[in-house]
Design a protein around this ligand. Structure first.
Ligand SMILES: *[C@@H]1O[C@H](CO)[C@@H](O)[C@H](O)[C@H]1NC(C)=O
Ligand SMILES: *[C@@H]1O[C@H](CO)[C@@H](O)[C@H](O)[C@H]1NC(C)=O
Ligand SMILES: [Zn+2]
Length: 304
């Protein structure tokens, strides 16, 4: 009987709550003001129901080593710039002057940086968009680039390889990462949606691991992870995570959605691969096999 009531409640809840509205993350959904949660993003844009969507779960043993995936070339990533950091209602985003570029490493062109933003969990809990062998990291950085001859993202997104996103994972560390102070210290001032404030001078290089730590990465063709979900993105996901302390990670959960609720779990669930191949750099194969070697050695020696 109780089960029947529950089913009835769920069924009625389904009809009452399945109204339309703006797109939102699952954590924002409330019956009083229904919005389009990820499963309904195709109501906001049909492209979200496409077959080359992002993010994805990367199954490392199914990745294919590609000899062309040598270290990428970063230009002007050390350049210091001033910018505005903004709460856009679903993330915090920073516009980047179009001077830093990335090329090589099997990328089909030279791409220039346009903006970066983040996806995170609840108080340092799981929050990355991509997952590696099912593991979800606490946060993920997206540095969005477009082919260098374009002047705006809208135009670049009409080119099926027009956009390149560099994705970086974060991991909890015991000590604070002082290079993130300029960003984390502004979060209190942009709690409210549409809040913006000036960001002290930073460089892209200070936000990511040193270049020698960026040789291991994954590559696949996918989409934007927010509506319109345009399938014009060449994805590069670096294996080496960026360290942040638990306190630093928690700061991101003080930012708010438009209704004043904490902005948490602003990640899209992983999407089907639909037969796509994920490639790995030569560097990645080394780390993978080294991990396997250590694991099998430990097993042989009866350590695990
Ligand atoms: C920042 O906020 C102010 C209002 O406080 C607004 O006038 C301005 O357009 C905003 N700037 C950006 C880049 O969103
Ligand atoms: C770079 O990689 C090495 C080896 O994996 C690691 O010990 C070091 O912490 C990394 N540095 C950063 C800043 O990620
Ligand atoms: Zn993103």
């Amino acid at each position: 009987m109780q089960q029947l009531v529950l089913v009835a409640l769920l069924a009625s809840g389904w009809t009452v709550c399945s109204g339309s509205g703006d797109w939102c993350y699952q954590t924002q959904f409330i019956c009083e003001h229904p919005c389009n949660a990820p499963e309904k993003w195709n109501h906001a844009n049909q492209d979200c129901a496409g077959t080359n969507q992002s993010p994805i779960n990367i199954v490392t043993r199914k990745t294919l080593k590609d000899e062309r995936l040598i270290p990428l070339q970063f230009k002007n990533y050390q350049q210091i710039f001033r910018s505005i950091i903004k709460n856009n209602g679903h993330s915090v985003q920073v516009g980047v002057p179009h001077i830093s570029t990335v090329s090589g490493g099997g990328l089909p062109a030279t791409y220039k940086a346009v903006q970066f933003h983040l996806h995170w969990g609840d108080n340092g809990g799981p929050g990355s968009e991509h997952t590696i062998d099912g593991e979800q990291y606490p946060m993920e950085l997206h540095i969005v680039h477009m082919k260098s001859h374009y002047t705006d993202l809208t135009t670049a997104l009409r080119d099926k390889e027009g956009v390149a996103v560099l994705g970086f994972f974060y991991e909890k560390s015991n000590s604070a990462n002082r290079k993130y102070d300029p960003i984390i210290n502004t979060l209190q001032r942009i709690k409210a949606t549409n809040g913006n404030t000036s960001l002290p001078s930073i460089s892209l290089a200070q936000l990511i691991p040193p270049e020698q730590n960026l040789t291991s990465y994954y590559r696949y063709k996918g989409s934007l992870t927010t509506p319109g979900c345009t399938e014009s993105v060449v994805w590069t996901l670096f294996e080496n995570p960026i360290p942040l302390s638990a306190e630093q990670l928690k700061e991101f959960s003080t930012v708010q959605y438009h209704d004043g609720k904490p902005m948490i779990k602003n990640f899209r669930p992983v999407q089907s691969l639909n037969g796509r191949q994920v490639f790995r750099s030569a560097g990645a194969v080394f780390l993978v096999s080294l991990t396997l070697l250590v694991a099998s050695l430990a097993m042989t020696m009866g350590l695990s």
